[in-house]
Design a protein around this ligand. Structure first.
Ligand code: NAD
Length: 500
C-alpha cells in the first residue's frame, strides 16, 4: 500500500513553535486572564506548547476589532481586484511555508507529514486562489420589474463572521472558511479546535504578511464551551459558520437564536454508505473502500464507514480487504512508511476503542484489528467488522476512527433503503459500471455529496455539505461564497417622478 500515502521523503527537522498567543487586531496578545492550555502531541502524549486560552473577554476584543475593520476599515471597501491580489499573495505564502505548517498539523493532529505537505496544503492554497478569482465576480442581477421601475440586487458582505472549526483538518477547515469570507469582504474571528491551534495562528500571521489589514482575521484559541459559546451568542457577530459535531451544532444554533438571530451554517457529522455492486472489479474498488475508511485514521466526516457489498462479490471483496489491511502501516506520522498516525487525543482514542468493544459485544465478526497498539501515543489498529447488522451501534453512530462496518445486500431497492436509514446525510459512494444503477442510486440517496466510482473527490468548485442531521448550507464552490453575502434589492422609478 506504499503508493497510497504519497510519502516520498525521509528526513525532516521538527520546527520550533513560533506562535502561541491569540491573534487580535493584527497582533499576537496574551489572553485577558493570562491563562494558557496545553496542546498535546498524540504521537507521544507530550506537551508541544502552552497556548493562550481565550474566553469571553477575548472574544469581545476580537469582535470589537473585526467590527471596526468591517464598519470603518479598508477591507470591505477595497476594490475587489485588490482583495484578489492580496489573497493570491496569501496563497503563495502558504505554499512557501508548506513544510513548516505540515509539521505543525502532523504534531498537533497526528496527520501524515509528507502527504499534508505535498497534497493537502497545496490543495488548500488552491481554495484561496479559487476564491481570490471569485472576488471580482460578485454581482447581483438586473430585475424584470412588473411596473415602470428599475430594480436590481446588490450582493453585500454579511459582516463580522465567527468561524468555529474542528481538529481533523486544521489547514483545510481554516482556509475553506476564511477564503470565501475574505473574498466576500467580510471580517472574521476564527475559533480553532482546542486540540489543534497551531496552524491557525500561523495562517493568521501569513495573511497579515500578505497584506490583509489588521482586524480582518482574528484567531481566538480556547475551548468550545467558553470561547466558542461566547462567539455564538455575541450580539455583534453577524454570522456563524460552524464545522463540528451534530451535538455542538445544536448548541450553536440555539445560541444564535437566543442572541441576535444571526444566521448559522452547519457542517456536521456523518455515517456515509459506500455501496459496491456485483459488476465492479474487486481489485480496483477494494483499495478505494479501504482508503474510504482509513484515510486520516478515519477522522473524516465523510468517511465511508458503512460498506455495503452486493452478495455476489461479498466473500471475494472481504478477502481482498483482509489481505490489503495486512500491509497497512500504523506508525509515526513523520515516518514516510506510515499510512496511519495516531488518533487526535486521548478522548477520541478512548471513544473509538469503546465503539470497538461495543462492536465485539454486539456480535459483529471482527475480520481484522480491534485493539490499540502497545506503545505510547494514541495509535489504533485498522479495524474491520463484517456481517454487521443495521441496528448495531457501530452501524448507526459516527465513530470518527479507523473502524469499518461491512454489510451484505441483495438488491438495488434494498440497499437504497438501508443506506438512507440514518439520521445523517453527508456523503455516499456508489461503485458500479451500470449507468442505470449509478443514476438511480445517486438520485435516491439523501446526502449532500455523491461520489460515483471515486471517493473523496473534493474540489474547490464542488459544493460540500449535508442533508438531515449532517447540517445545512455548503462549503466550497460558489455556494460556499454566497453564504457570506446578503442580497439587497434596490428599486427606483424609471421616469423622473416620485412613484409608489
Ligand atoms: P466538536 O463539535 O466537539 O467541536 C468543533 C468545534 O466546536 C471546536 O472548535 C470546539 O471547541 C467548538 N465547540 C465545542 N463546544 C462548543 C459550544 N458549546 N459552542 C461553540 N463552539 C463549541 O467536534 P470535533 O470533535 O472537534 O470534530 C469532530 C466532529 O466534526 C465530527 O462529528 C465530524 O463529523 C464533524 N466534522 C464535520 C465536517 C463537515 O464538513 N461536515 C468536517 C469535519 C468534521
Amino acid at each position: 500500500m506504499a503508493e497510497m500515502n504519497g510519502n516520498s521523503e525521509t528526513q525532516f527537522q521538527i520546527p520550533k513553535i513560533k506562535f502561541t498567543k491569540l491573534f487580535i487586531n493584527g497582533e499576537f496578545v496574551d489572553s485577558v486572564s493570562g491563562n494558557t492550555f496545553e496542546t498535546i502531541d498524540p504521537r507521544n502524549e507530550e506537551v508541544i506548547a502552552r497556548i493562550s486560552e481565550g474566553d469571553k473577554e477575548d472574544i469581545d476584543l476580537a469582535v470589537k476589532a473585526a467590527r471596526e475593520a468591517f464598519d470603518n476599515g479598508p477591507w470591505p471597501r477595497l476594490s475587489a481586484a485588490e482583495r484578489r491580489r492580496i489573497m493570491l499573495k496569501f496563497a503563495d505564502l502558504i505554499i512557501e511555508n508548506a513544510e513548516e505548517i505540515a509539521a505543525l498539523d502532523a504534531m498537533d493532529a497526528g496527520k501524515l507529514f509528507v502527504p499534508v505537505k505535498n497534497m493537502d496544503i497545496p490543495a488548500a492554497a488552491e481554495i484561496i486562489r479559487y476564491y481570490a478569482g471569485a472576488a471580482d465576480k460578485i454581482h447581483g442581477t438586473t430585475l424584470k420589474m412588473s411596473r415602470e421601475m428599475q430594480g436590481y440586487t446588490l450582493l453585500e458582505p454579511i459582516g463580522v463572521v465567527g468561524h468555529i472549526i474542528p481538529w481533523n483538518f486544521p489547514t483545510q477547515m481554516f482556509l475553506m472558511k476564511v477564503g470565501p469570507a475574505l473574498a466576500a469582504g467580510c471580517t472574521m474571528i476564527v475559533k480553532p479546535a482546542e486540540q489543534t491551534p497551531l496552524s491557525a495562528l500561523y495562517y493568521a500571521q501569513l495573511a497579515k504578511q500578505a497584506g490583509v489589514p489588521d482586524g480582518v482575521i482574528n484567531v481566538v484559541t480556547g475551548f468550545g464551551s467558553t470561547a466558542g459559546a461566547a462567539l455564538c451568542s455575541h450580539m455583534d457577530v453577524d454570522k456563524i459558520s460552524f464545522t463540528g459535531s451534530t451535538e455542538v451544532g445544536r448548541l450553536v444554533m440555539q445560541a444564535a437564536a437566543l442572541s441576535n438571530l444571526k444566521p448559522v451554517s452547519l457542517e456536521l457529522g456523518g455515517k456515509s454508505p459506500f455501496i459496491v455492486f456485483d459488476d465492479v472489479d474487486v481489485d480496483k474498488v477494494a483499495p478505494l473502500a479501504l482508503v474510504g475508511i482509513l484515510f486520516n485514521k478515519g477522522e473524516i466526516c465523510v468517511a465511508g464507514s458503512r460498506l455495503f457489498i452486493q452478495e455476489g462479490i461479498y466473500d471475494k471483496f472481504v478477502k481482498k480487504l483482509e489481505q490489503m489491511v495486512k500491509t497497512w502501516v500504523v506508525g509515526d506520522p513523520f515516518d514516510p512508511n506510515s499510512h496511519q498516525g495516531p488518533q487526535v487525543d486521548k478522548k477520541q482514542y478512548e471513544r473509538v476503542l469503546s465503539y470497538i468493544e461495543h462492536g465485539k459485544r454486539e456480535g459483529a465478526k471482527l475480520l481484522t484489528g480491534g485493539n490499540a497498539l502497545d506503545r505510547k501515543g494514541y495509535f489504533i489498529e485498522p479495524t474491520i467488522f463484517i456481517d454487521v447488522e443495521d441496528d448495531m451501534k457501530i452501524a448507526k453512530e459516527e465513530i470518527f476512527g479507523p473502524v469499518l462496518a461491512v454489510m451484505k445486500f441483495k438488491t438495488v431497492e434494498e440497499v437504497i433503503k438501508r443506506a438512507n436509514c440514518t439520521n445523517y446525510g453527508l456523503a455516499a459512494g456508489v461503485m458500479t459500471n451500470n449507468l442505470n444503477i449509478a443514476n438511480t442510486v445517486s438520485r435516491s440517496i439523501r446526502a449532500g455529496v455523491i461520489w460515483i466510482n471515486c471517493y473523496f473527490a473534493f474540489d474547490p468548485d464542488c459544493p460540500y455539505g449535508g442533508y438531515k442531521c449532517s447540517g445545512f448550507e455548503r462549503d466550497l464552490g460558489m455556494e460556499g461564497l454566497h453564504k457570506y453575502l446578503q442580497v439587497k434589492s434596490v428599486a427606483t422609478p424609471i421616469y423622473n417622478s416620485p412613484w409608489l
